[in-house]
Design a protein around this ligand. Sequence first.
Ligand SMILES: NC(=O)c1ccc[n+]([C@@H]2O[C@H](COP(=O)([O-])OP(=O)(O)OC[C@H]3O[C@@H](n4cnc5c(N)ncnc54)[C@H](OP(=O)(O)O)[C@@H]3O)[C@@H](O)[C@H]2O)c1
Length: 289
Amino acid sequence: MEKATSILPPHIKLSHSLIDLPRVGLGTFKLAGSEVTSSVSRALEIGYRHIDTAVIYKNEELISSALKQHGIAREEVFITSKISPYQQGAERARAAALEILQRLDSSYVDLLLIHWPGASKTKTTDPANAKLRLESWRVLEELYEQGKLKAIGVSNYEESHLKELASHAKIMPMVNQVEVHPQRPNTCLRQLCQDLGIAVVAYASLGCGHLLQNPIVLDVAQQTGKSPAQVLLRWGLQKGCAVIPKAANPGHLIAAGELLNWELPGDLEARLDGLENGTKYCWDPSGIA
Ligand SMILES: NC(=O)c1ccc[n+]([C@@H]2O[C@H](COP(=O)([O-])OP(=O)(O)OC[C@H]3O[C@@H](n4cnc5c(N)ncnc54)[C@H](OP(=O)(O)O)[C@@H]3O)[C@@H](O)[C@H]2O)c1
């Protein structure tokens, strides 16, 4: 697989899209109320230009307000949102996308993802999941062609879901957002994404905070003089992914430059690779038909 070089450019080029994906973004799952304003404004201050949200995070309006309050121009910030499992299918997905535009108070979304390959209230083994997610994909293709979505993609799609989509899509997804960290590097899936020209956005890079106390991570941090969070995020970047750490505490945010401009030496990257054990901190899409 292609290996990232030491100093990484701040953006990843997306296939079929005129916009580039900033390699480092702010995750916002569970950010609510004043936390949104403080984290977003701190993130902008230290150079972040990419914010990851979703309908189920219920904070799109707060993010839009925080951006306005800061005064940054809309086109300066790359916003990702995601339609939820309960919004799968043609009509619901279309309504969901238009509601996102309203909540973001914007004529476009930079990147809209299908959050999950399954549909709510549908058994994981039910073939209806495949029918509904393809209908949702058709809506994303249409809104992309209309310019309402600058880029489109998926999240939590496994190899089977991507291969199925590849055989039906008019426009291939530009991004797959999936759980990637040293305990779960998702190597085969990332290889398939690379082969299909799909950029990978890694979520839960810090293992939702759990990996920050891992003894190997602490040791690698000590040897590099970096923090455990820097080491884990840099590991994800060196695997070619974009990263979207979440921090309710603005003091936890690490400037993108401090992640892009140094290299985790090969032997220490290999020590982190050695943590692979399949641990998953978030939901598991592997059984979804
Ligand atoms: N597509 C999906 O299905 C999906 C699923 C999960 C997540 N995501 C996205 O990915 C983002 C990141 O994932 P995540 O929020 O699950 O977990 P994460 O980024 O792996 O970990 C977040 C945790 O790490 C802590 N933290 C962050 N930076 C730190 C630092 N420098 N030092 C010490 N602690 C630090 C945070 O603490 P504080 O909050 O207290 O600062 C928080 O507890 C989400 O916010 C969301 O945008 C997507």
